[in-house]
Design a protein around this ligand. Sequence first.
Ligand code: 5GP
Ligand code: MN
Ligand code: MN
Length: 343
Amino acid sequence: ADWAAAVAAVRQLPADGRVLLICHVNPDGDALGSMLGFGLGLRRLGVRRLQATFPGPPELPEPFHGLPGLDLLVPEAQAYPDPDLVICFDAASASRLGALADRLATAGTALVLDHHASNTRFGGIHLVEPTAAATSVVAEELLDRLGVPLDAGIAECLYVALSTDTGSFRFEATTPAVHQMAARLLATGLRPGEISRRIFDHRPFGAVRLFGEVLGRARLEPAAAAGLGLVWTYATLDDLDRHEQRPYVLEALIDSVRCTAEADVACVVKQVTAGQWAVSMRSKGAVDVSRVAVALGGGGHRFAAGFTGLGSAEEVVGRIRELLDDALIVEAGQERPRGVSGF
Ligand code: 5GP
Ligand code: MN
Ligand code: MN
């Protein structure tokens, strides 16, 4: 990572320099939290002409409505057309930035903060750390190198980002350094119980009933030559309509599906428009689902990845199934990968 160039890009900004912060479409806790937390840090540094935005549907999921730094957000159409500095958060490729991808090409300087192994190295200065648990880890380090002290607002944003991408400190990437970062953030006076309830444990009754229906149609089946188990389900726009729910409530569904003891890989296929599906995949370790995602035009991490699929839900899952054999993780000295499922 080119820390020196990144620090210089911020330090050398003219007094009236315009800074545009962007993140990936349908922003999650890491995208929004790292972007807004870093933005609040830049504000503390005295950057006055500062905007944050993201591509696509502008409504934020309700859990994010209380985040500090929301006043930095402007609609995509009102974002600086030719900023002096663009900083991009949590996007693995320019395709995740929609129309905002142009800004990276035309900006005076473009800085990319990310942690996806599949990052395509778009943009100018790269702070891409595939071993980082979240983009907010990279954002915190850059703030530190810029001499910005953590305050409660910055810390809350970075904490939301860190706890989202580590599955509340449960996933493999939850290293001692992650807990040390969490300790620094909490030391600013955050209330983790209150934040977690707001971000993870708070959904309308309609969403609870919607989950019941969608989980009720989940299927568990053998997949791949190695005899892995695949569990999957789908949710349609009609399901959302009947329960009067917005699409973002389905983001948490994969966490209920991936619990399945007999499955190595879990998928949730979420209808976006007629014949178009947003696909979430999770692996317990036998399969690198990012390889499946990249082969189907998406991206992500080894054990959590996604893509946009076309056709029917069955067809989309059929394509995933065909790619699982090639995505098996074969460790040196191991004859063939073992799943947990015993299929
Ligand atoms: P989720 O299933 O939570 O939406 O996403 C899991 C991971 O896959 C995230 O790291 C996200 O960046 C990546 N991902 C999900 N959907 C897409 C997609 O359509 N394109 C790309 N490039 N990455 C995706
Ligand atoms: Mn993300
Ligand atoms: Mn992330």
